[in-house]
Structure formats: structure tokens, C-alpha cells
Design a protein around this ligand. Sequence first.
Ligand code: NDP
Ligand code: MG
Length: 385
Amino acid sequence: MIKNISVLGATGSIGRQTLDVVRHMDGVGVVALTAGFNYEKMAELCREFHPQLAVMADEASMGQLAEELSDMDIRLSWGLEGLMEAATMEQADCVITAVVGMVGLRPTLAAIRAGKRIGLANKETLVCAGELVMAEARKYGAEIIPVDSEHSAIFQCLMGVRDPKEVKRIILTCSGGPFFGKQRQELFNVTKADVLRHPTWKMGPKITVDCATLMNKGLEVIEAMRLYDLPAERVDVVIHRQSIIHSMVEFVDGAVMAQMGVPDMRLPIQLALTYPHRTACPVEPLDLLTCGDLTFHQPDLDTFPCLALAIACAKKGGTACAAMNGANEEAVGLYLQDRIGFYDIYKLVQGAVDATAFVKAPSLEQILDADRIARQYVREHTILF
Ligand code: NDP
Ligand code: MG
């Protein structure tokens, strides 16, 4: 059983829900918390959970946190160095990686090399460098337990499966986001408020935009390929509006296993801490008699070209996934600042993937290069909008 955890990205949606899970569990301590810039929330969390180490993204935010916590004995740090320290704290047996974006890659690798259990929410890490991350996890014997609800569902469907060859395919479910059923021309003028209104999940802003473009499902196809060592052809996506079935695994004999539950991230987060056991969770139970009909549809790749692009990058592999991910992070950031329109996200990401030199079996440096070049492409081409 996990005794102590570090939470990277504690002030975010997954970070806060992780700490809520800890509130309801006996005997789990918090040894390190990291945040970006929200020092007020961080101060509140530090007062409640008393970590040994608290890390902010920059020196100025750390200074603000220091003022808030002047009466407390908590070591403070900032930047990548601080994140790396939080990821490798000797006392932590599990690191929850809930930062958003590529910034999570190096700390995740560091935690793996320190042999920690990783409760992995930060999907961008697996999208851009999944082969390297998984190889390091095998080498250092670090367990990676997915927190993303679909991948946790697959993980649960695979519990007890002895031979991976018995898996025929993975079926990722997708809520369809706020624009399910719409045609492309209806989405040209959608507002940011429409984009940020997700039907079933409440999440951080970046992933919420990714859910509206369906890029999130594309990232999850790649995440599933890396976690379960399957080619893109064996990872399918089906739209399931209700988010009750969190994903499925089809086996070679035709049996299909599904994991069901109300849409609440605290269940997969808790499982990352309790696995291989299960304990009571503060999540509302699923009531099959009131949850309504369960429906399934084909994804519309014309209205949501980001999903088609991600599947193409998944098939291509190499640096294509890193370029796509970096460009998408950058484009979503610009979208959230009202600098570009909804479909510009797709146009910029496609352009960046095409413009970034392709390497089939990249080193970490080449992955980071592809990420940097793709981001630069997006920034340079945004000037034209
Ligand atoms: P949020 O935006 O809510 O939280 C992100 C966290 O990362 C915050 O603590 C933020 O700090 C911190 N952060 C942001 N930028 C930096 C930086 N440059 N350096 C250090 N820390 C930083 O995101 P979510 O919780 O929604 O998502 C986190 C990850 O989990 C993402 O990869 C997402 O794809 C994945 N995920 C999320 C799900 C969800 O339900 N939310 C579901 C499945 C996966 P601060 O706020 O203090 O600035
Ligand atoms: Mg998900």
C-alpha cells in the first residue's frame, strides 16, 4: 500500500481531486506538492497537507508563496529543478503527474528512474516520448498506473490477463465533446464559452479545448498505444455520449470487457494509489436504472480533423507525435488567449507537423527538438492570423 505521495500539478483539476482522494484515505501522507503560478491555492493546500517540499513554476510565485507560508516550516523551491526534486523525493512511493503539457516529461522520467510508482495523468508525456518513457519504466521496474479515465478502464479490463496476445483491440470511448452532431460550417464562429462547456467532465482549460476539437481522443489513442504496446490499427474510438463506459477491451475470442462508472476522476486516481487492491471511494455509485440509455456512434473525422490528424501521426510514429503535441499545446494556448479561431488550431497543428523534420526512432533530444520547432512554427504562423 502506498504511504507517501508527491503531487505534481497539485493546484489543477486532477491535483485537487487527488488531494480529495487522500482526504478520504487512511494513512497516506503528502511529501511534496508542486504548482504553476496559483500561490494562493498552493498556500491553502500546504496548510492542509503539510508537505516537506512545495514547488512553484517560477521564482516570483515562490516568493509570493513564501510570504503566505512565513509561519510554516516547509522547504520551497521553483522551476524544473524543484519539479525534479518533488518527483524523486526519497520518502515518496508514488508520484501523481498532474501537470499539464510537456513540462511533465523530465520529472516523469526522473520519477521513473527513482523507481517510483507513477500515477500518470499527464498524457502529453506519453504522446511525445511514450516509447522512451515505457522503456525506462521497464528498465527501472517503475510501475505506471494510468489515471486518464479511458486508460484506467483498459488497465482494469486487463487485470488478470496473462498473455497480451489475447487482446484483439482496445475501444476508447469518447464523449464527443460539446459539438457532437454539428457540421464543420456550424463551428466556424463558436465562442470560447461554448468550447469550454464540456457535457460530462469538469477539467482544466487545455484538456477541455482538446475535448472540443477531439484532439484529446487522438492524444489518447497514442497514449493507449504506448501504455499497452499496440499499433494504431488496434486502437479504435467510439463516441459514447454518456461517459458511463470508460473504455473497452475486445479479446481474440470476441469477449468485450468494459469498465463502467459515473464520470468522476477520483475513482481512477484512487486506483493508482491502491492498486492491486480496491478500497471504498467517495464517488457516487452508478445507478443503472437512472443513468439513461447508453449510445454509441462513429466519430466524425470531417468536422473534427484533429482526430484524423492524430491518428495519422500515431501511425507514422517517431517525431510526428511530439511535433503534433507541441504544436497543439501552443495553438490551444493561443486559442485560450483569443488570438486564433477554433479551426485555426487544426490548421496550425497540421502545418507544424508537415514543417517539422521527421525522425523515425528519435532520441530524447530529437523529440525535444521536434517539440520546439513545431511550437515555433505555430508562433510564427499566428502572426498571419
Ligand atoms: P489543470 O490546468 O487544471 O492543472 C494543471 C496543473 O499544472 C496546475 O497545477 C498548474 O499550476 C500546473 N502547471 C501549469 N503550467 C505549469 C508549468 N509551466 N510548470 C509547472 N506547473 C505547471 O489541468 P488538469 O488537471 O485538467 O490536467 C492535468 C493533466 O492531466 C493534463 O495532462 C491532462 O491532459 C490530464 N488529464 C486531465 C483530466 C481531467 O479530468 N482534468 C482527465 C485525464 C487526463 P497553476 O494552476 O498553479 O498555475
Ligand atoms: Mg481521458
